[in-house]
Design a binder for this molecule. Structure first.
Ligand code: NAP
Length: 247
């Protein structure tokens, strides 16, 4: 039996999750990943990574996933999304519900399912991928920022509740990262998604993955409560330095 630590990464079929799973493999973890698009997950993951179907909005799916992972040291709750940019006055209820189901209740479901195993490991760690949207707001962003504010509250509460137990709790809160995120937000409109990163240099999934692996690899008595990581070109959610072509 290998003595490697075991990590779960949710939403590893793209973006930050895929980069994190690869970085954890490179750091020596045995990695179990989940996403709804299992074929894409298998394409993205290097050999040796376990790829399982997972829909964090379904308790049944979370139960089936968790049953495959009896031993766990690190849970990276990464699966999440923004949907639309409608103002509060024109909000689509179904989009808000899906964001809350995924970004908040999904994290609760995975954390609840895995806390016993994390505690039993003697050196457990929950890393939640939050966002600067967890403490900043912007017009058209309320559905998403409300969900990430809620996730931040859940993460900070968990830190209090686990005091005295061998489970660390961390929030990694990135600014703009170029992934499938904006394409998902704009319902598959690739051209519109590109404009989000126009004229500026966004973070890559790998930049966030490095933060996650760094937090996980501190000595077990060190709890990194939060990491806020933004592109140099982004000082706040709505303050972005953009260059004209040729600048
Ligand atoms: P992404 O490229 O769209 O990846 C999102 C991942 O989440 C995909 O693997 C997707 O897989 C998975 N996912 C979505 N719904 C799911 C569900 N119901 N069950 C299981 N998996 C699900 O976006 P990303 O930028 O990497 O986002 C990852 C996390 O970073 C999210 O929590 C996001 O809020 C956060 N974040 C992103 C940015 C940014 O600018 N990109 C900034 C701050 C924070 P399937 O579709 O295959 O299920």
């Amino acid at each position: 039996m290998s003595s490697a630590k075991i990590a779960v990464v949710t939403g590893a079929s793209a973006g930050i999750g895929a980069a994190t799973a690869r970085a954890l493999v490179a750091a020596g973890y045995r990695v179990v990943t989940g996403a709804r698009r299992v074929d894409k997950l298998r394409q993205e993951m290097p050999e040796g990574v376990t790829c399982l179907p997972l829909d964090v909005t379904s308790q049944e799916s979370v139960d089936a996933f968790a049953a495959q992972v009896p031993v766990l040291h690190l849970l990276v709750n990464n699966a999440g999304k923004a949907l639309g940019v409608e103002p509060v006055g024109g909000a689509t209820e179904e989009l808000w519900r899906t964001m809350y189901e995924t970004n908040v209740l999904g994290v609760m479901r995975l954390t609840r399912a895995f806390l016993p195993a994390l505690e039993a490991s003697g050196a457990g760690h929950v890393i939640n991928v939050g966002s600067i949207a967890g403490f900043e707001v912007y017009p058209g962003g309320a559905g998403y920022t409300a969900s990430k504010h809620a996730l931040r509250a859940v993460t900070r509460t968990l830190r209090l509740e686990l005091l005295g137990k061998p489970v660390r709790v961390t929030e990694v809160a990135p600014g703009l990262v170029e992934t499938e995120f904006s394409e998902v937000r704009f319902a598959g409109d690739k051209e519109r998604a590109k404009t989000v990163y126009q004229g500026m240099e966004p973070l890559r999934g790998d930049d966030v993955a490095e933060c996650i692996v760094w937090a996980a690899s501190r000595p077990r008595h060190v709890n990194i409560d939060e990491i806020v990581v933004r592109p140099l070109d982004q000082a706040a959610a709505t303050m972005i330095h953009r260059r004209e072509a040729g600048d």
